[in-house]
Design a protein. Structure first.
Length: 302
């Protein structure tokens, strides 16, 4: 058995994604089969155990006997969860600085799925409580909160370009992602019909191109190290765009937001997943969208 804690509001998507669902407790989905890379899971409980615990003291003693650090998810009986957590060692869960050190201490997860039934896992996929990556925000320089998506990718997932690398930011206005890339010292080609915020357009690392992301010809740009896209479009249109850049070998690495309108387009998600080297993540800072990461280092060699 494996337990998946879904991203908030996306229980239906995860239930369709994982095999052999046994039970659902709020956002916590128990399944008999493993899903290798669940896109909609905020955290995966890798070795869940289920025991009867008739008192708060029973729960505290059991968890302390296994390891030190725990975070809880409460589908119900919230006050009871809090009383238990207060008797466990404190877990520091302060917001993380951009490119700060990701927690390395083992962090288990637990939940009362019934009032006297404890489900817990000493090993989880995320080092953050419930997979929630809270960042120390910059509330003065970026023009919108979209920059937090890249901050999360670069900080929590260890994926980022190096200074001097050539980056293409498609659908860039007002410039949040361009701003992040410029802060890293990248050479940024920022593409959008709408203008950038003046301060970002004036950065020496940035070259603004007033053009549609979909009309831009890869051969006119030349080879780039990274293609970034947070453009608002249907997933099918984004898929065709990245396939065009992949086919000619014009872009080496990709980080793109797949945005859904209405129902989640599950067949399109699978087409993105089938591209060699792909990873699909629902970031803490994503809404009804997934982040698609495709790195040259993860593609099989011909």
């Amino acid at each position: 058995m494996i337990a998946y804690l879904t991203a908030e509001g996306f229980e239906r998507e995860l239930i369709k994604e994982v095999p052999d669902v046994k039970a659902v407790f709020g956002r916590l989905v128990l399944a008999g089969g493993a899903c290798p890379a669940p896109a909609w899971a905020a955290n995966v409980w890798l070795n869940p155990e289920r025991i009867e615990a008739k008192s708060i003291g029973d729960v505290v003693r059991k968890l302390k006997s296994v390891q030190r650090n725990w975070a809880f998810y409460a589908p119900d009986w919230y006050r009871r969860h809090v009383l238990i957590q207060e008797q466990l060692p404190k877990v520091k869960a302060a917001p993380i600085e951009f490119l700060g050190v990701v927690p390395s201490a083992p962090l288990g997860s637990w939940s009362l799925i019934e009032r006297e039934t404890l489900l817990f896992s000493s090993r989880c996929s995320s080092p953050f409580p419930n997979g929630e990556v809270h960042m120390v925000e910059n509330k003065t320089d970026p023009p919108s909160r979209a920059y937090l998506k890249l901050w999360e990718v670069f900080t929590a997932h260890g994926v980022r370009p190096q200074a001097g690398e050539k980056c293409l930011d498609l659908g860039s206005s007002p410039g949040g992602w361009t701003w992040v890339l410029a802060q890293l010292g990248c050479e940024v080609i920022s593409v959008d019909k709408a203008p950038l915020t003046a301060a970002i357009g004036a950065l020496p690392e940035v070259r603004y191109v007033s053009e549609s992301a979909f009309a831009l010809e890869p051969t006119n740009v030349g080879r780039i190290d990274w293609l970034f896209s947070d453009v608002i479009c249907y997933p099918e249109r984004l898929l065709k765009l990245v396939q065009r850049w992949l086919a000619g070998g014009h872009a080496v690495n990709f980080v793109c937001t797949i945005k859904f309108q209405g129902e989640t387009a599950l067949p399109i998600i699978e087409q993105f997943r089938q591209i060699p080297g792909s990873q699909l993540i629902h970031l803490y800072h994503n809404k009804h969208e997934l982040t698609w990461i495709n790195l040259a280092a993860n593609r099989p060699r011909p």
